[in-house]
Design a protein around this ligand. Structure first.
Ligand code: 5RP
Length: 231
């Protein structure tokens, strides 16, 4: 999968995650994304709930974030009970300066997009390795297993190099929390993320793609020295 081999800085991830957790206020219903950067935010939110006795509930985006939130002592709720969230904190695989993003490295982007679009404020937490002038990371796409060949063919016709994501520690494909496959599609440099997002959404059998446009309100970018920038 293109773009995943870059050296990442855990101290950058930690400073971004911890800083974003500082936005959580008493009484908020929050969304919690998935991934190693969000994990720092989850841990810090749990710490703040405990130390400051905050009344906060969270909607999670994956089994991974559910387990982390439970471990951190964060009370959970659902979109059924709270269709509108106050704040969503989530990571990204790549972002550009126009706040477009590619997500789905953790195969959780379908629920992540639903939660982001259900929130009044969406904060993306990244380290410096994720920022790029133009998006060129492969695009994770969740597909119904039944439709995989149709989707692969459509993507090849669009000029992409698509691959079904394989599980790292066992033979076979990655299966998402929703029981689907992930196709990682390399479109090289994505000149117009909105156009590509529309084209992908039109392919039958695609559950959701990992292009996020017009959704991020602010990016917290952690740096190796422990500081962070926001933009
Ligand atoms: C999961 C995601 C993650 O937020 C994204 O992959 C970034 O993860 P990390 O913070 O571990 O680099 O989109 O579907």
């Amino acid at each position: 999968m293109k773009g995943r081999n870059k050296k990442t800085s855990d101290s950058g991830k930690e400073s971004a995650g911890v800083a974003a957790a500082g936005l959580v206020e008493d009484g908020m219903i929050i969304g919690l994304g998935t991934g190693s950067t969000t994990a720092y935010a989850i841990s810090e939110v749990g710490k703040r709930i405990n130390e400051e006795e905050l009344d906060v509930q969270a909607v999670v985006t994956s089994y991974q974030s559910e387990m982390l939130a439970i471990d951190a002592g964060i009370p959970l709720t659902s979109l059924s009970e709270h269709p509108e969230l106050d704040l969503d904190i989530d990571g990204a695989d790549q972002v550009d300066f126009e706040l477009n993003a590619i997500k789905g490295g953790g195969a959780a982007h379908t629920k992540e997009k639903v939660v982001a679009c259900s929130s009044k404020q969406f904060i993306a937490v990244i380290d410096e390795s994720k920022l790029s002038d133009k998006l060129n990371h492969s695009v994770p796409v969740e597909v119904l297993p039944y439709s995989r060949n149709l989707v692969l063919q459509n993507m090849q016709n669009m000029g992409a190099e698509p691959e079904i994501r394989q599980a790292v520690h066992k033979d076979g494909p990655v299966i998402t929390d929703n029981g689907n496959l992930i196709i990682d599609a390399d479109f090289d440099v994505i000149e117009n993320p909105n156009n590509l997002a529309s084209e992908l959404s039109a392919i039958p059998g695609i559950v959701e793609h990992g292009i996020f446009t017009g959704m991020i309100d602010e990016i917290y970018m952690g740096k190796k020295d422990g500081t962070f920038d926001k933009f």
